[in-house]
Structure formats: structure tokens, C-alpha cells
Design a protein around this ligand. Structure first.
Ligand code: DX5
Ligand code: ZN
Length: 220
């Protein structure tokens, strides 16, 4: 079973971006999670395709790109050209989600659908056969360092049942407030990919934190 760690660099020191990516290259983390925010879909702004392209030029791990932007169709090709390996759009931001997901996959990369904490999993039923990944937000998107929403665990159990019932191969990814304390519960609920930001980058020893997180994942 796939159990990947996807460190989010959102709360890392951007003055030291090169050394962050080199540290992740050498770590046991499988993916690198990049958070793209537009100041409309979420109340915060980050960066766009030029920075992703620079990261891509030195990253040796797949770039797992989380688009927290309205009407993401406008930028999908730019992020794929910049080096995305997995591109995830929000259910709440796409009017023609099937078209969007089909387009991402037609470009030869993995497509994901993200849902906010208030969005029920049953709304994904028709898109599950087409999506490679479901990103269940475990905080309201927009900022790193927020508190994990405990009711997410039951939601993931429901999502796992729905995925199994529809015969979908979609991976379950979780994002927000995850650390060494709640990771195990999430893995037991069926999570495949854990996005972890502050727990890694606010730690005095990020490589050691990654080792600890991966050693928990190896038990599942
Ligand atoms: C939040 C972002 C997350 C964030 C996670 O909107 O999507 O990827 O960086 O950071 P932590 O682990 O600090 O909650
Ligand atoms: Zn994210």
C-alpha cells in the first residue's frame, strides 16, 4: 500500500529555498508539496509558475501542486509546463470539474481533486473513477500552522469506503495540522499521502523530523 510523505514548503524559509529543496532531495520524503494561493479562493497569496519552474530545475522528487485558486483552468497548462507531476484542483473552484480533470490527465500527469472541510465526500462519487487522488483538507485552506480538525478522521473513513465501493484507484491525501501525534490515526483510517508543513519546517531539525514521520509510516 502506498504511504507517501509530501512535505509542504509553505512555512519554510524562502530565503533558503535552494537548501530546502536539496534537503528534501536527500530525505526519505517521496513528494514535494507546493501550495499555490490566489488571494480569492483563499485569503492568502503565495507564488506562481516561474517559482515552480525554478524549484523543478533542482528538485529530484515529484512536485505535488495544490492549486487553491479560483477558475484554475486558466493556469493548468502553465503549472504543468513548469514541472508539476501531480496537479490538484479544488472541487469548490471548478464548474466543469470532469473537463478540468480530463485535461490535466491528457497532459500525461496525475490529477487530484481537493475538498474543503465542509464539503461532503459523497459529492465526489461521479468524479472518483477519473481522479488519481483526493486531497481531503484537514484545516480550512490558506495558512500553514493551523489546528487539525478532528472530525476529519471520520470523513476519511467514509471517503475510503466510497473509493473502495466505486472501485476507484484514487489515493487519499490529507493536508493541514498533521504531526507525529495524529499521523498514525490517519494512516489507520486509510490515508496514502500525508502533507506536512509546520511540523517539519518549524522543527529545529527538519531532516530528523522527516525520519520520524517516515518511521511511523513504515509500520503501515
Ligand atoms: C494550507 C496548505 C497546507 C499547509 C500545511 O492551506 O494547503 O499545505 O502548508 O501546513 P501545516 O502542516 O503547517 O498545516
Ligand atoms: Zn496544501
Amino acid at each position: 500500500m502506498i504511504r507517501y510523505l509530501s512535505p509542504s514548503i509553505l512555512n519554510s524559509n524562502f530565503l533558503d529555498l535552494r537548501s530546502t529543496i536539496e534537503m528534501l532531495n536527500q530525505s526519505e520524503a517521496e513528494w514535494i508539496h507546493l501550495d499555490i494561493m490566489d488571494g480569492h479562493f483563499v485569503p492568502n497569496l503565495t507564488f506562481g509558475p516561474p517559482i515552480v519552474q525554478m524549484i523543478s530545475s533542482i528538485a529530484r522528487k515529484p512536485l505535488d501542486i495544490h492549486l487553491m485558486i479560483e477558475d484554475p483552468d486558466r493556469y493548468i497548462d502553465a503549472f504543468i509546463d513548469a514541472g508539476a507531476s501531480i496537479l490538484t484542483v479544488h472541487y469548490e473552484a471548478c464548474i466543469h470539474l470532469h473537463r478540468t480533470i480530463t485535461h490535466i490527465k491528457s497532459r500525461g500527469i496525475k490529477a487530484g481533486v481537493a475538498i474543503n472541510p465542509h464539503t461532503p465526500v459523497f459529492l465526489l462519487e461521479e468524479i472518483l473513477p477519473y481522479t488519481d487522488l483526493v486531497l481531503n483538507m484537514t484545516v480550512n485552506p490558506g495558512f500553514g500552522g493551523q489546528k487539525f480538525i478532528e472530525s476529519s478522521v471520520n470523513k476519511i473513513i467514509k471517503l475510503k469506503k466510497l473509493i473502495d465501493a466505486t472501485g476507484s484507484q484514487a489515493l487519499i491525501e490529507v493536508d493541514g495540522g498533521i504531526d507525529t501525534d495524529n499521523l498514525e490515526t490517519l494512516l489507520k483510517a486509510g490515508v496514502n499521502v500525508a502533507v506536512i508543513g509546520s511540523a517539519i519546517f518549524q522543527s529545529p531539525d527538519a531532516p530528523n523530523e522527516i525520519r520520524q514521520l517516515k518511521s511511523i509510516m513504515k509500520n503501515y
